[in-house]
Design a protein around this ligand. Structure first.
Ligand SMILES: [Zn+2]
Length: 111
């Protein structure tokens, strides 16, 4: 997340942008990372930077789950996930530990 904010700041510098109005991030679905936590963290990290106040759009990459009852494997972007076959609780067996920027909208200094 820290790295994402640094990347946004670097591309702002490159584009000579004054402010960031919107950022779209892609994250791997994981039980440790809720949308609320990501938003809160982003807010804290961007405080007193030109990114502060930017609208944040989040997209989730699915994680792989395995059902504890029927062993069915499936992908889901919700966490915790329930088995689509039997409705039982499924265990996360792998997730993509990723967080990258899909798009940034900026206002240039000339405007
Ligand atoms: Zn099941």
């Amino acid at each position: 997340m820290q790295r994402v904010v640094e990347t946004i700041l670097a591309s702002m510098e490159q584009e000579r942008a004054a402010r960031v109005t919107r950022a779209e991030l892609v994250l791997g679905t994981s039980g440790h990372f809720t949308e609320e936590a990501v938003r809160q963290y982003f807010q804290v990290l961007t405080q007193n930077t030109p990114i502060e106040g930017a609208a944040l759009t989040l997209s989730w990459l699915p994680a792989t789950y395995q059902c504890l009852s029927c062993q069915h494997r499936f992908e889901s972007t919700s966490s915790p996930a329930t088995c689509p076959l039997c409705g039982d609780v499924a265990l996360e067996i792998s997730h993509q530990d990723e967080c990258f920027i899909r798009s940034i909208e900026m206002i240039s200094q000339d405007e």
